[in-house]
Design a protein around this ligand. Structure first.
Ligand code: NAD
Length: 248
């Protein structure tokens, strides 16, 4: 995760300096944006990092929401292609599933580094899936002072218990299972929502003053709750807009 945080910080810097060519990502879906959480989707993310890195590539990432329940496999699976810019031939065609999950964790990590209260001690996370693992790896990797407690809520109780056990061992932090999203969010310095929820459930009034919330999935927080937030930051507004989620 330390290496991923470094790479993501660098790529955000290049993005901020407009040293990237990044066309809007095409999405294959079988209905409106809301069907991504039920039927699934395939996203394609092409990009070129100009200058010192000078590499072009693409991530092809199908998401099949029923995979964990039906076949015991992850929801998302990715392939990454990197191309040699002199002759156009592939430099690499590689598995991108773990790279992608690590990247998403590190994106939250970098946001926390610059936007969250540096004295944060408590994390509330909703969702006990693949993304939540790398989210927690990043959160516990960026602070100087250790995180003291992580509260986890997921609709699937069995999955939550397993997640709590694994994360406790891996991160060496007190990780506990709570019984509602509200309980996970209240009194937490850092809140992360990484679910496959098809409906909004986050209430802005649950958030503690000065809390930081990373919305990884798309439907957890109704835009009308944003009146409770002082600042909203995105990595790339055009790309979020293009995805078709409600931004009012
Ligand atoms: N923003 C980004 O850059 C980015 C990147 C990758 C993934 N994602 C999103 O992250 C989300 C999670 O992905 P994943 O791979 O961890 O999925 P996953 O299927 O492994 O886990 C999702 C978990 O959410 C739980 N859940 C569903 N509805 C819930 C609710 N209302 N309350 C509590 N728990 C609920 C499920 O039981 C499941 O355990 C997806 O929506 C995905 O699209 C976003």
């Amino acid at each position: 995760m330390d290496g991923t945080l470094e790479a993501i910080q660098k790529s955000f810097e290049l993005h901020g300096r407009k040293e990237v060519i990044q066309p809007s990502k095409p999405v294959i879906r079988w209905g409106g944006p809301e069907t991504e959480e039920t039927r699934g989707r395939i996203m394609t993310m092409p990009s070129y990092l100009v200058g010192e890195i000078d590499v072009a590539g693409m991530k092809w990432i199908p998401s099949m929401p029923e995979n964990p329940r039906k076949i015991g496999q992850p929801r998302a699976s990715a392939i990454i292609i990197l191309s040699d810019l002199h002759n156009g031939f592939p430099l690499a065609i590689m598995n991108g599933t773990i790279v992608s999950a690590m990247r998403t964790g590190a994106a939250t990590g970098i946001a926390i580094k610059y936007l969250a209260n540096p004295d944060s001690r408590t994390v509330g996370i909703i969702g006990a899936g693949v993304q939540s693992r790398t989210q927690l790896m990043a959160v516990t990797g960026v602070f100087k002072n250790p995180i003291e407690q992580i509260k986890v809520f997921d609709l699937n109780e069995e999955k939550t218990k397993q997640f709590v056990k694994e994360m406790q061992l891996e991160l060496n932090v007190n990780v506990v299972n709570v019984t509602s999203a509200e309980e996970a969010i209240r009194e937490s310095d850092i809140v992360i929502t990484a679910t496959m929820s098809t409906f909004p459930y986050v209430k802005g009034e649950w958030l503690k003053e000065g809390a930081f919330h990373s919305e990884i999935s798309f439907w957890d927080t109704d835009p009308k709750e944003l009146v409770h937030y002082d600042k909203v930051a995105m990595d790339d507004f055009e790309h979020v807009k293009h995805h078709g989620v409600n931004l009012h």
